[in-house]
Every structure is written in C-alpha cells, then in structure tokens.
Design a protein around this ligand. Structure first.
Ligand code: NAP
Length: 239
C-alpha cells in the first residue's frame, strides 16, 4: 500500500487531487474540518480506497493526535505524498480587516503547513522518498488587494516551500508548490466570473481536475529532479 494525505480533501481542488492520486495507485487519507458528507462523497468517488481523517490543520494538537494515531495503526507504512491544500479566504481591505480574519487565514494556510508537514516529514526522510506539494495561489505571488491576509499566507507558503526543499532534497523528498488562478470551486462562488474572465488570456476559469493533473505530476517519480519550484496554473492571467 502507498499512502497519500490530502488536507482539505473533501471538496474542490482537494477532492480532484484525491481522485488523481487514487488513479495513481494511492490509498488516500482525506482530511477535512467539518463537511463530513462531502468527505464521504470524496471517499466514495475513490471506491473507498482511503479513509477520512477529520482534523483542523490549524490545531497543532489535533494534527499531532490524528497523524500519530494513523501511524500507530499502520506501523509498517508511511505517508509518502502530502498535499497541503486546506485553505480559506476571509477577504477585506486591510483597513477594515479584523484581527480574527487575519489570524484565521494565517493559521490555516501557514501554521497548517507547519503542523501537518512536521508530523509526516520524518518517515519520508527515513524511507528516502517523499513528495510534498503545497497549494498556494496567484495571490501569494502577485499580491491581490482585499487579500493581504491570504496573500501573506500564500506568499509565506511559497517561501517555506523553497526553504524546506533545500533541507530535504538529499533524502529524495521533493517540495513544490502549485499556484492556481481562478478555479471553479466553492471558494470562488459569488465572484463575478463573466467580468473576471475577460482578463484571463484563456478566457475561462480553470477546473479542479486541471490542478489535480499538475499535482499528480509533481507527486510522480517523473518529477524527481524538480524541487523548490512554484508552478502557476492560471490560464495565462499572470506570468
Ligand atoms: P474549497 O472548495 O473551499 O475547499 C476547501 C477545503 O479545505 C475543504 O475540503 C475544507 O474542508 C478544507 N478546510 C478548510 N479549512 C480547513 C481546516 N482548518 N482544516 C482542515 N481542512 C480545512 O476550496 P478550493 O477552492 O478547493 O481551495 C483549495 C486550495 O486551493 C486552498 O488552499 C485555496 O486557497 C487554493 N486556491 C484556490 C483557488 C480557487 O480559485 N478555487 C485559487 C488559488 C488557490 P470542509 O469541507 O470540511 O470545510
């Protein structure tokens, strides 16, 4: 059995990534925080080849407990692919932004990266194979007004990707990031797609499966010599 953990695997990009990794032969640990029905639908869509791991990535103790319990139940196995995908947005101009909204976004994306990666990294190093793929955003590269919290979190995630990649490359663990533009998921519900797509050279939003294909490549042995990279997937919106 090969195991992959996808944070935020219940919906959107995370669900498509679970399906892609299942197609590559992985048993998928589907993390989510609250939407059990959606997580169960993801598990059903991969023919039950995985399990649900409910925890809040922002909660250090909850992450530690969940990963340690899984490891204790699978002493011969390890998580060889980690996709840090869980994310939220709480948009507002900084002048109006409440501290809670700043903190929630940083806690989920950036502290979540630390909590989960720290919990699964050592077995990857011991087995001398691992893949860590961080789902960042165009917002973390360019910076978007109304998203200083989200841009800061995703920009921090990019820097963390580059730093960690250099720490673990000798152990054949690669660390890369994907940076989507606008992708059809619940997260972009309510955005004015007709207006926004006028600025996208490809003239459309992307689909979760297109992001999942890129994540699948970065998880595969074919990408062994790629590490510390940030690959944009945005229809040409920003290069
Ligand atoms: P989505 O449809 O809103 O799904 C978010 C996922 O994250 C859900 O599975 C949710 O679980 C999970 N989640 C949220 N907070 C969590 C927490 N504290 N702990 C564990 N899981 C948590 O979002 P999406 O569009 O697929 O986004 C996935 C990633 O892509 C995010 O990091 C997002 O920032 C990034 N991204 C998205 C776009 C886009 O246009 N959609 C663009 C750039 C980057 P529940 O189902 O339990 O709520």
């Amino acid at each position: 059995m090969k195991y992959a953990l996808v944070t935020g695997g219940s919906r959107g990009i995370g669900r498509a990534v679970c399906q892609k990794l299942y197609g590559m032969g992985y048993e998928v640990l589907i993390n989510y925080v609250s939407n059990t029905a959606a997580a169960e639908a993801t598990l059903a869509s991969i023919d039950g080849h995985g399990e649900l791991l409910r925890f809040d990535v922002a909660d250090a103790q909850a992450v530690k407990n969940a990963i340690e319990s899984w490891q204790a139940a699978h002493p011969e196995d390890y998580i060889e692919v980690l996709v840090n995908n869980a994310g939220i947005r709480r948009d507002n101009l900084l002048i109006w932004m409440e501290a809670d909204d700043w903190k929630a976004v940083l806690d989920t994306t950036l502290n979540g990266f630390y909590h989960v990666t720290h919990a699964v990294l050592q077995p990857m190093l011991l087995h001398k194979f691992g893949r860590i793929i961080n789902v960042t955003s165009l917002s973390g590269i360019k910076g978007l007004p109304g998203q200083t919290n989200y841009s800061a979190a995703k920009g921090g995630l990019i820097a963390a990707t580059k730093a960690l990649a250099q720490e673990v490359a000798r152990k054949k663990v690669t660390v890369n990031a994907v940076a989507p533009g606008f992708i059809h998921t619940d997260m972009v519900e309510g955005l004015d797609e007709a207006t926004l797509k006028k600025d996208i050279p490809a003239a459309r939003f992307g689909d979760p499966e297109e992001v999942a294909a890129l994540v699948g490549f970065l998880a595969s042995p074919d990408s062994s010599y790629i590490t510390g990279e940030v690959i944009s997937i945005n229809g040409g919106l920003y290069t």
